[in-house]
Ligand binder design. Structure first.
Ligand code: FAD
Length: 387
């Protein structure tokens, strides 16, 4: 039987305690809202994701006072990005700006932990090993809370003005509220990545070749995340015999030294693989509910933008809810930014480009980021005032 004491009443219940959910809870709690985070996992550890952050995401972490915590924990600051289009290299300095010293790429076990700890410090209540079952609805069909279960399987009800699905790409909250998919894309890349010691590289490097891509991302603990991506239909051809050998063979197209290093060094732990998934943009708000992060908007990792967008979603939703008690303006703003970045990302993930077209797509992504950066600056000032 589902227990309902009638006393579990919150301003917001956030389902999912990683970057999107933790950041949303943090901003709401700092503004004085009573927030519950229900996270299915028993701990916030690592997850399947590389973790290069882009400027709007880093800027927001700075404004939330979390950037220093991450840098103090050993995350290096990145001040250049190099794009390799076959043999051509374009070197772009990442200048310190608006209090942002550069870019960062913290491991997810660190980034998500730092944000969730800050949310808890701000007064958000975190319940681990707590799963979402279904939404509670009133007679008009408005979401008024959720049924959760604890680690023993006991089900209970919590009531809230807003239930926020931050439960990832396969969001159960999105299915439960019937959030419509506004746009979908079948394009996807298959990725193999790992963590390597002894790599001499101080910036982000993105490599592109014929139907392949790769990258090097400096991260904490003196390690570099190195990934290689291919069209999913070519996965077995590249990686069928040996994941490490497949990575080295792809990297040798641009850098024989790096390829040899990867082939001969011992990565930390196992190499991880992601065979790709179709992209979607879902409606992200309705009566009594909202979706943030991948739950509302999943695009291929090809542009390394999911975490940055999850943070921006959190900020837009927090402001919308604090200003109006609804998620309506959040949905408008999210859509205004999401569509063009989604289109460019999914085209990049499809591997159907030549280098000239790819450069145009990268310029599109850069224009989207500038747009996001401007909107985020205004928005954060408002959330900070509310807090
Ligand atoms: C291979 C790969 C590489 C990537 N590389 C990058 C990159 O370099 N840069 C970048 O910005 N992005 C990258 N991304 C994208 C990034 O990982 C996502 O955009 C990001 O994880 C979204 O965060 P989120 O909080 O929305 O969801 P998630 O990180 O998926 O977290 C969802 C949380 O919800 C919880 N949950 C799920 N269901 C329930 C339930 N029923 N009840 C309670 N809790 C539940 C889960 O346990 C999880 O903790 C990559 C993704 C992949 C797969």
């Amino acid at each position: 039987m589902t227990q309902d004491t009638g006393t579990e009443i919150f301003d917001a219940v956030v389902v999912g305690g990683r970057v999107a959910g933790a950041a949303t809870a943090l901003m709401l709690a700092r503004a004085g809202a009573k927030v519950l985070i229900a996270e299915r996992d028993a701990e916030i550890g690592d997850t399947l994701s590389t973790h290069a952050l882009m400027r709007p995401g880093v800027a927001l972490l700075g404004k939330l006072g979390l950037l220093e915590r991450l840098i103090d924990a050993g995350v290096p600051v990145v001040n250049r990005t190099r794009f390799h289009y076959g043999p051509e290299v374009i070197d772009i300095p990442v200048k310190p700006m608006d209090g942002v010293p550069g870019l960062i790429a913290p491991r997810r076990w660190l980034l998500d932990k730092v944000i969730i700890e800050a949310a808890a410090e701000a007064g958000a209540e975190l319940r681990l090993a707590t799963g979402f079952e279904t939404c509670l609805l009133d007679e008009a069909g408005r979401v008024t809370g959720a049924v959760l279960h604890d680690r023993s399987g006991r089900e209970y009800r919590v009531h809230a003005k807003l239930v926020i699905g931050a439960d990832g790409r396969l969001s159960q909250v999105a299915s439960d509220v019937g959030a419509e998919k506004i746009v979908q894309s079948p394009n996807r890349a298959a990725t193999v990545y790992g963590y390597f010691p002894g790599v001499q590289e101080d910036g982000y490097r993105w490599y592109f070749g014929e139907r392949v891509a790769a990258g090097v991302i400096p991260t904490n603990d003196g390690r570099h995340c190195i990934f290689t991506s291919v069209h999913p239909l070519a996965f077995m051809e590249h990686f069928g015999a040996d994941l490490l050998g497949g990575m080295a063979s792809i990297l040798s197209r641009w850098d024989e030294g790096l390829a040899a290093h990867v082939a001969t060094s011992e990565p930390d732990g196992k190499l991880r693989r992601f065979l790709g998934a179709p992209g979607h943009i879902r409606a992200c708000a309705g009566p009594g509910w909202a979706l943030v992060g991948d739950a509302g908007y999943f695009k291929d990792p090809a542009t390394a933008h999911g975490i940055t967008d999850a943070l921006l979603d959190a900020e837009r939703l927090a402001r919308s809810f604090l200003d109006t008690g609804t998620a309506e303006s959040y949905q408008r703003e999210r859509n205004a930014h999401a569509l063009s970045l989604f289109a460019a990302t999914q085209e990049i993930a499809g591997f159907g480009w030549g280098f000239d077209r790819l450069k145009v797509l990268h310029q599109d992504v850069n224009a989207c980021m500038k747009h996001e950066m401007g909107a985020s600056t205004q928005s954060t000032q408002q959330v900070a005032r509310a807090a």
